[in-house]
Write a protein that binds this ligand. Sequence first.
Ligand code: GTB
Length: 217
Amino acid sequence: MTVTITAFESSPDRGRGLARDMRVRWALEEVGQPYEVRLLSFAEMKEPAHLALQPFGQIPSYEEDGLVLFETGAIVLHIASRRTGLLPQDEAARKRAVAWMFAALNTVEPPIVEHSMALVLERDKPWFAARMPMLEQRVDQRLEQLSRALGDAEWLECGFSAGDLMMVSVLLRIRSSGLLSAYPNLEAYLARGEARPAYQRAFAAQLTAFERSRAER
Ligand code: GTB
């Protein structure tokens, strides 16, 4: 089986593992599936060849022997369903792990992305100072709820799962804001995710890709 994903040729995060190919790389590393990466420039992401794989002109896309997927939720769920290691055996626990994947993408990620985008795109706008506390409060509400749900547990659902992979990936984007410091159990949760050998292999691979492309420019 040959798996090929796409990623930024030059990631705006400078290889800090925040672009969304990272969660797919991590899932592939967790299940021991080798993969190839096709790096794309911003212009190439909007060309017909890539739009045929990813209708929104984004990364990552996923190709596997004729199967083409887009959306990291669908891609990680596919990987987790095909190989062991990312979903519990017990059916109820498996369904709850999938629920945590959806929670990460649909409930926790939207306010985090809105907060991050405002920091990047709206700093010079007249409304920025008034809007920021509201965006921080929306993120904090989700962090407080998630912190309560996790409690003292190591992972969200009886052992590390694709739900944790997705949740940790989503939370990493907010770490530099300092908002996580109110929730030591979430900080420890992120550290456990980052300590996983599969995470570290995925992180090293995307950093190497960024550094190579910078050296070639
Ligand atoms: N819902 C889609 C999915 O989960 O697959 C979202 C995919 C997505 O947003 N991809 C982004 C993209 O291709 C890259 S990851 N953007 C280009 C475009 O839309 O034209 C988002 C991202 C970019 C940069 C940072 N960063 O610099 O920290 C973090 C995350």
